[in-house]
Design a protein around this ligand. Structure first.
Ligand code: NAP
Length: 298
């Protein structure tokens, strides 16, 4: 099979590319940067911001995987927030332009989305049938993102929306961010640390994307391991692993006011004090062999 992957140079993309190579598939990668192709991996330039793309990238492609998007970590300035939204919406718009432009063999498009679509809650458990949506900045981004994904159905190809939970990996994402913070040997967290974190290990997520393509699974699926943890438990594991010295509990009110003062109220709700208790009713049908279901497996 031949795959076209946008965002194939990122944390999740690189891991999927590696698995596809091991299984002898051909891979085209869309990147904003010119890169050298190697054996079965070919790079093609695109720029979602100005809607330019190399149309040859779709030749003989069976499955498109969309992972492109501005990284959400960093300072949420006005311009960063615009990039977070625009990069996701415009990437999908450019993929639509590509599919429209040239006759092609694409049978399925699998796109990343995020569990950030749900409101913060420590009690409510959200699954694929939950209709409740949040109203924070990130929830609104994901709503627009999923609207664009839905619109791909007009092409009469199978469309899969993968709402990804927090991805755990030594290679990047939240674990890397927390490790950087922990280098100061001070570890602070909000309130009593009972915020829910619904997570999936990068290796399991990679296998899930692959299984979705092989089984031609379409529709909505949550990419979480059905064993949400809490911030406190995650921090405890990291504390033991990286020999941290001090833990600082910051009262919610103080941190909230601090972030608001810096005009970063959205960041506080969506990242610093995020709490999502999300499960999947469908993951077992597609990928029952999840390997990482406990923090001890990390
Ligand atoms: N990691 C997580 O915990 C997590 C959780 C939920 C959802 N997701 C979603 O899954 C997708 C992949 O995540 P990831 O962790 O692999 O992300 P990542 O490491 O940040 O990689 C994203 C890729 O998107 C491209 N990109 C970055 N900024 C862009 C921009 N402004 N416009 C267009 N393309 C841009 C980059 O490719 P080039 O530089 O080659 O163009 C980059 O390699 C993202 O959409 C993310 O929101 C991730």
């Amino acid at each position: 099979m031949k795959f076209l992957i946008s965002g194939g140079t990122g944390l999740i993309g690189k891991s999927i590319v590696q698995l596809l190579r091991q299984n002898n598939h051909d891979i085209n990668i869309l990147s904003r940067t010119k890169r050298s192709s190697f054996d079965r991996v070919k790079y093609y330039k695109w720029n979602p911001k100005i809607q330019t793309i190399d149309y040859d990238s779709i030749d003989d492609v069976d499955v498109i995987i969309n992972l492109a998007g501005e990284n959400i970590f960093g300072l949420w300035t006005k311009s960063k927030k615009k990039k977070i939204l625009d990069s996701r919406v415009k990437s999908l718009q450019l993929l639509k332009k590509l599919i429209n432009h040239k006759p092609n063999n694409v049978k399925q498009i699998i796109s990343a989305s995020a569990i950030g679509i749900f409101p913060n809650s420590k009690e409510i458990i959200f699954d694929e049938n939950s209709t409740q949506k949040g109203s924070s900045f990130l929830s609104n981004v994901v709503k627009e993102w999923e609207r664009e994904i839905e619109s791909l159905k007009a092409f009469k190809i199978n469309v899969t929306t993968v709402r990804i939970g927090m991805v755990f990996s030594e290679l990047g994402g939240i674990i890397k961010v927390l490790r950087l913070i922990t280098k100061s040997r001070f570890l602070s967290f909000v309130g009593n640390g009972d915020q829910k974190i619904s997570w999936i290990h990068l290796n399991d997520l990679t296998e899930l994307f692959y299984k979705i393509s092989q089984k031609n699974y379409h529709g909505l699926i949550h990419a979480v391991n059905n064993n949400p943890t809490t911030m406190l438990d995650l921090i405890s594991i990291l504390t033991n692993k990286y020999k941290l010295k001090f833990k600082v509990f910051i009262p919610e009110l103080i941190l909230k006011s601090f972030f608001r003062l810096l005009c970063l109220g959205d960041f506080y709700e969506d990242i610093a004090n995020s709490s999502k208790n999300v499960v999947s009713k469908r993951i077992n049908k597609v990928y029952p062999e999840l390997k990482y279901t406990d923090l001890k497996d990390l």
